[in-house]
Design a binder for this molecule. Sequence first.
Ligand SMILES: [Zn+2]
Ligand SMILES: [Zn+2]
Length: 259
Amino acid sequence: MDYCTNYWRVSIIKIDLHIHSSLSACGENIMSPQNILKKAEQSGLNLIAITDHNAIAHSILISEIKKASPVNIILGVELTTKEEVHLLGYFPDEVSIREMGEKINEYLPQMENRASFFGDQLIYDQEGEIVEIDCLLRQNALQISLDELVKLIHHLGGLAIPAHIYRDYCSIKSQIGFLDPKSEFDAVELSRYEWIKKKCKIGDLIEGFPVISGSDSHFLEDIGTFFFEVEDEHYIVDFDSLKYFLRKIKIERFSRPSF
Ligand SMILES: [Zn+2]
Ligand SMILES: [Zn+2]
């Protein structure tokens, strides 16, 4: 793969695993998987994930239309737990994320989206045409607890990473109050603002958990304005390499101090 190279010839992999599409009510309507992929390419990103609120269709679609694009894709979703904590789930293949999709339908209250208030939830097809409007209130809390959801994601072979953990709403901090070091999370995510404020870099730990960040883009123009970087010696290019990398850092939790 042709990664961008800086002056010192050290290759850097640019990663953004938190992007919303038009299928999230809060996402801009022009955020089709096609437009997201194009913008990621133009921005020089190497690895991305679409993570819509309790919805998987566009995450799968972008991996199907990727074809010759240099941008690699991980299948993802941003789930809302019973406690209203946002939890990012990443999956190894289409079968496992489709199973997650079925569980979402099982746990999501059957309430209608008020599009005039929350925004539309538009579904695009392979040709980039709008084919459906999802009418369920997707950002609703799933009727499953945080601990149970983490177990379910792991059962499906996925990674469970609480999103924007210090944010004032829909986070571990706002809904639970503290980050339990005994939790089974594979990593924790900081918002871009916390990541910059704390001067984080990949490999850092919080309460023993590897830290990542994401743009949480809701507008096309946001894509590429924030990402985290990994030197290519770690070679994070897909789900398996991400999982391996996070496990490796986590094992080091016993030998390195947290900050
Ligand atoms: Zn969120
Ligand atoms: Zn989000």
